[in-house]
Design a protein around this ligand. Structure first.
Ligand code: ZN
Length: 410
C-alpha cells in the first residue's frame, strides 16, 4: 500500500510470485476505486471518441485517460478549471489519469528545443510558440483536477544512443523532482525511460525508487522495437520495482500485449487502439480482428457480431446490421464497434483478474496468462508483500503500437 498525499492507495489483492509475475490489486482514489489489472480508455481531448460517459462506464471502464498537453493547447486548462475541472467538463465522475504530454511534445520533430528548464515547441494547431516546463505540466494537471498525474519526461526515439538515453534519464529524474515539488498534493507517478538499454532501465528504476513515487509509469516501449526486445526491456525494469506499488505500461493495449504485460506484473494500460479500430470498423475478438464490412452478410445474416460478447452491440444487433452500417459509413457503426472494443478489453482484464481457466485468447501461447495468475492469495513468508494483501479479488463477469498519440489527437 502506498501512502500518498491525496487519498490514493494501492492494495495487492493477490500476491505475485515475484516482481515479474502477474498480480491483482485495487487502486483507490478520492473519486472511487477500481480493480487491477485495468485497461483505461483514452479520452485525449476529454472525450472517449463517439461515446457518452455513461456508455464508457457501461463497458466496464472505471478510469479513463486524458491528455494534459492537448487540453493545455485547446481549450486551455484555465478555462476547464473555471468550469469546475475536467470531470465536470466532460461529465465523467470516476477517476481520471492524465498524461503530461511529454510524449506528444517530443514527437513534434522540428518543432521543439529541449533545455534543462523545459522544452520549447510550436503548437501543431496554430504554430504558436510555447515553453512547456515540469512546473507548467503540473499546473495544467492541477487545474484539470485529475486523480493521477504524469510528470514531464524527456522522451527520446527508441534508437537513441546509450549516452543520449542516459542523459534523458537523468533529466527525467531531475524533472520528476521538480514536478513533485510543484504539486506536492497531486498523485504523480514516476515515468521510467531508458530506451532498450537494460542497464539504463535498471538505473532509472533504482533512482526513481529513492524518490518514493506513488506508482511507476513505464514509457518508451512499443515504439517500433521488436516484441522480444520490448518484453525483455520491461522485465529488466519490473525486476527492480517494489511489488507493492502500481505499474502502468504507457500506450500499450492490444489484446496480445495486454496479456503479455499482465503476465509480467503490469497493473495499468492505456491505448487508442480499441477506439481507433472501432472507428475503422474492426472488432477485437479472441480470434483476432474482425471486419464486419469485409464480407457480405449471407448465411450469417442473423448472427451476432461476436457471439461470446455481452456488449451493447453484440447483445442487441446483428452482424448483418453492423455490416450495413459500415458499408454506408454510418456513425452508429463507429459507436457500436467502439463500445464493443472497449468492452472486449475490459472483459479481458476481468478474465485475467478472475484467473479464467480457459485462457483469454484461442492461441495457446496466449493462454498462459490466466493460468499463470494466482487463484488465491498466497502468503510470502518474510515478504513485505504478505502484509499488503487485503483480500482475494472476486471473479468478475468481466500505443500496432499505440503510439499514434504523437502530436495529433487520437
Ligand atoms: Zn461485443
Amino acid at each position: 500500500m502506498t501512502s500518498p498525499p491525496s487519498g490514493f492507495r494501492f492494495d495487492l489483492t493477490t500476491a505475485p510470485a515475484g516482481p515479474v509475475a502477474p498480480r491483482t490489486g485495487r487502486i483507490t482514489t478520492p473519486r472511487g476505486s477500481f480493480e487491477t489489472p485495468v485497461f483505461m480508455p483514452v479520452g485525449t481531448l476529454a472525450t472517449v471518441k463517439t461515446l457518452l460517459p455513461a456508455e464508457v462506464a457501461a463497458t466496464g471502464a472505471r478510469i479513463i485517460l486524458v491528455n494534459a498537453y492537448h487540453l493545455y493547447l485547446r481549450p486551455g486548462h484555465r478555462l476547464i478549471e473555471q468550469l469546475g475541472g475536467v470531470h465536470r467538463f466532460m461529465r465523467w465522475d470516476g477517476p481520471i489519469l492524465s498524461d503530461s504530454g511529454g510524449f506528444q511534445v517530443f514527437s513534434l520533430a522540428g518543432l521543439r528545443k529541449v533545455t534543462e528548464d523545459g522544452v520549447r515547441f510550436r503548437s501543431h494547431i496554430d504554430g504558436s510558440e510555447h515553453h512547456y516546463t515540469p512546473e507548467l505540466a503540473m499546473e495544467v494537471q492541477q487545474a484539470l483536477g485529475v486523480d493521477i498525474a504524469m510528470p514531464l519526461d524527456h522522451v527520446l526515439p527508441g534508437e537513441a544512443s546509450f549516452e543520449a538515453a542516459r542523459d534523458a534519464v537523468d533529466r527525467t529524474l531531475r524533472w520528476y523532482r521538480r514536478c513533485r515539488a510543484a504539486a506536492p498534493g497531486l498523485t504523480t507517478f514516476a515515468i521510467l525511460q531508458g530506451g532498450t538499454h537494460p542497464e539504463l532501465r535498471r538505473y532509472h528504476a533504482r533512482e526513481a525508487i529513492q524518490l518514493d513515487p506513488p506508482g511507476f509509469s513505464i514509457g518508451g516501449l512499443s515504439v517500433g522495437e521488436p516484441k522480444a526486445v520490448m518484453w525483455a526491456t520491461l522485465d529488466s525494469t519490473n525486476a527492480e520495482l517494489p511489488i507493492e506499488k502500481p505499474r502502468y505500461l504507457m500506450g500499450v493495449g492490444s489484446p496480445e500485449d495486454l496479456i503479455e504485460g499482465i503476465a509480467r506484473g503490469i497493473d495499468m494500460f492505456d491505448c487508442v487502439l480499441p477506439t481507433r479500430l472501432g472507428r475503422n470498423g474492426a472488432l477485437l475478438t479472441d480470434d483476432g480482428r474482425h471486419q464486419p464490412s469485409a464480407a457480405p452478410p449471407t448465411a450469417s445474416a442473423t448472427s451476432r457480431p461476436t457471439p461470446a460478447c455481452d456488449c451493447l452491440a453484440c447483445s442487441q444487433f446483428s452482424l448483418a446490421y453492423l455490416h450495413h452500417l459500415f458499408r454506408n459509413d454510418e456513425l452508429l457503426g463507429h459507436r457500436l464497434a467502439t463500445h464493443h472494443n472497449l468492452r472486449y478489453l475490459a472483459r479481458l482484464t476481468e478474465r485475467a483478474r478472475a484467473g479464467h481457466p480457459r485462457g483469454a485468447l484461442r492461441d495457446r501461447s496466449r493462454e498462459r496468462l490466466p493460468r499463470a495468475l494466482p487463484r488465491r492469495p498466497t502468503k510470502q513468508r518474510g515478504s513485505a508483500a504478505a502484509a499488503k494483501i487485503v483480500k482475494k479479488t472476486p471473479p468478475g463477469p468481466e500505443r500496432t503500437p499505440c503510439k499514434q498519440r504523437r502530436g495529433v489527437p487520437s
